[in-house]
Design a protein. Structure first.
Length: 183
């Protein structure tokens, strides 16, 4: 798993590669080559703790889901990778716990949108289920029930993510040169 992740671009990295500059690209390369120093924080740890609850809720209330820990690869683009939180019949799912500053919003953060679009590119699915909750300042959920939204496949965004991913992979293959005006 770790070697495969290091060799490619995961769905959670796709957004930073699409919008980031050289500094974020270098951080991603460094994490891949040397191992990430990020071991989680209170927010990511809480998200991992809450994920089974969110997926079980969605499985009961929307459509059956199976939790997933497998790293999936695109059938034609070997460096394009995704680990959906769960898989259903013809769709993937992402479960997120937003912090208390999120409030009552129902938009999807761009990095999560790109993560789901990359997941759709990898799996071939046409839709993805986004499930979320909002945590209070005390770390407990503030909503009566989690919320969810179906996210349709966006070919234009997928093409952008793949194009930027190809540039990143070429830059990496070229030795990640410091000076380069291409990106």
């Amino acid at each position: 798993g770790r070697a495969a992740r290091a060799a490619g671009i995961t769905a959670s990295e796709a957004h930073a590669i699409r919008v980031g500059g050289r500094a974020s690209h270098r951080r991603i390369i460094d994490d891949k080559l040397n191992g990430s120093t990020f071991r989680g924080n209170a927010h990511t740890n809480r998200g991992h703790e809450r994920e089974p609850f969110l997926l079980a809720w969605a499985s009961r209330n929307i459509e059956p889901l199976t939790a997933n820990a497998a790293l999936l690869g695109h059938h034609l683009i070997p460096w394009l990778l995704a680990t959906p939180d769960a898989l259903g019949d013809g769709f993937g799912a992402e479960a997120k716990s937003h912090d208390h500053g999120w409030g009552d919003r129902d938009d999807i953060p761009a990095e999560h949108y790109d993560q789901m679009q990359t997941g759709m590119a990898v799996t071939g699915f046409d839709r993805w289920l986004y499930i979320w909750e909002v945590m209070g300042e005390d770390g407990t959920p503030t909503l009566d029930a989690p919320r969810s939204r179906w996210v349709p496949r966006d070919e234009k965004r997928i093409a952008q993510l793949i194009r930027e991913g190809e540039k990143f992979m070429q830059w990496r293959a070229d030795g990640a040169p410091i000076a380069d005006a291409d990106l």
